[in-house]
Ligand binder design. Structure first.
Ligand code: KG4
Length: 338
């Protein structure tokens, strides 16, 4: 039997500490410790995130190796998220990866967090045969920090075709949730309430941005003024119409995302479409993208929910491809925030 490479992935770019082990792209383990500490503050507090990563990193990596039945010295490489993200958080994962690399005598591979999201569909799972997108494909990358349409030419080559010029779509979900007193993170709450609402009752302003770029700050302002005006007439307006407001607001965001994705597919002639990032967990977006895909004869690939949010399996799969190319990172590699 041929020797297969075993890659440990380490992810710590924001508020999830994660470690995963892949053998020849097959997932052996994927451990994630999320941080609830930020909920009370209505957003991620960088200093608290770094401290939580420090507490979590050793148990999370140990558990991932244990579940995979692999010892550190058996690893072919350690892939870690180098950036972009919160610098303090990235430092924890990067420093830990370096320490383990030296102690176990295993080479390091640095991974761009976004590249991980782009390649999430290439994580294989035992007993599941899943079709993979063909290169080049388009990825709609939507999270709390990004809203991009990316053309993925190969595992290691990609081009950003369009991106937000202001807020990310996840930020729009989070800020508007806060505005409506619905808590943090806003996306899952709005998603849940929108399911019970009528999306056709309220519409919000859509931006007119040329090319394939996005803008989401205007929708947020549109919701703010809408609520201010309606609540002047009826202070209980929000209370009475919460589900319909969420449904209309979510539909507006999805319309904006889909308009540009359809345009990108038309312009490039590419019909293999994937999504990634925290917002790609949104049930409305998943339904709409599947429906549009059917109408437009796209091959649409929706990663499982556990691979849409921050996770180390996607970092390990990106690391797998870099390892095969011999792209190792020196020990003095420093993380970057942007
Ligand atoms: O990729 P991710 O976990 O990390 C960051 O980029 O921070 O994405 C987090 C974002 C948050 O803005 C959160 O509100 C959003 O993803 N999100 C969702 C859903 N689940 C998470 N947005 C819409 N619908 C969801 N179901």
């Amino acid at each position: 039997m041929p020797v297969m490479e075993i890659i440990l992935g380490i992810e710590s770019s924001c508020d999830d500490t994660s470690a995963a082990v892949l053998r020849d792209r097959v997932l052996l383990s994927n451990v994630i410790a999320s941080q609830d500490v930020h909920r009370a503050y209505g957003g991620v507090v960088p200093e608290l995130a770094s401290r939580a990563h420090e507490l979590n990193i050793v148990p999370v990596v140990s558990e991932a190796l244990k579940r995979a039945g692999v010892s550190a010295s058996e690893l072919s490489a350690i892939a870690f998220t180098r950036g972009p993200g919160l610098l303090g958080s990235l430092l924890v994962g990067t420093s830990f990866a370096k320490g383990l690399s030296v102690s176990a005598g295993v080479p390091l591979v640095e991974v761009n967090h976004l590249q991980g999201h782009l390649l999430a569909n290439f994580v294989r799972q035992e007993g599941k045969s899943v079709e993979e997108p063909a290169f080049p494909y388009l990825c709609l990358l939507v999270s709390g920090g990004n809203s991009q349409i990316v053309r993925v030419d190969s595992p290691l080559e990609f081009k950003i075709l369009g991106q937000t010029i202001d807020d990310a779509v996840g930020e729009a979900f989070d800020k508007c949730s806060k505005l409506m007193g619905l808590g943090y993170p806003g996306g899952p709450v709005i998603d849940r309430l929108a399911k019970q609402g009528d999306a056709s009752r309220f519409a919000f302003a859509k931006p007119h941005i040329p090319g394939l770029d996005y803008s989401f700050s205007g929708v947020k302002t549109s919701l703010l003024y809408f609520l201010r005006d309606r609540m002047k007439e009826d202070p209980d307006f929000l209370e009475k119409n919460r589900e319909d407001i969420c449904a209309g607001f979510q539909k507006t965001l999805i319309d904006i995302l889909l308009d540009k994705l359809i345009k990108a597919s038309r312009q490039t002639g590419i019909r293999d479409i994937t999504i990634g990032g925290g917002v790609s967990a949104n049930s409305g977006l998943r339904e709409r993208i599947l429906a549009e895909g059917e109408r437009r004869r796209w091959r649409t690939f929706l990663p499982e929910l556990k691979f849409t949010t921050d996770n180390a399996a996607m970092i390990a799969v990106a690391g797998h491809y870099k390892y095969l190319q011999g792209l190792f990172a020196p020990l003095d590699t420093a993380p970057y925030s942007r």
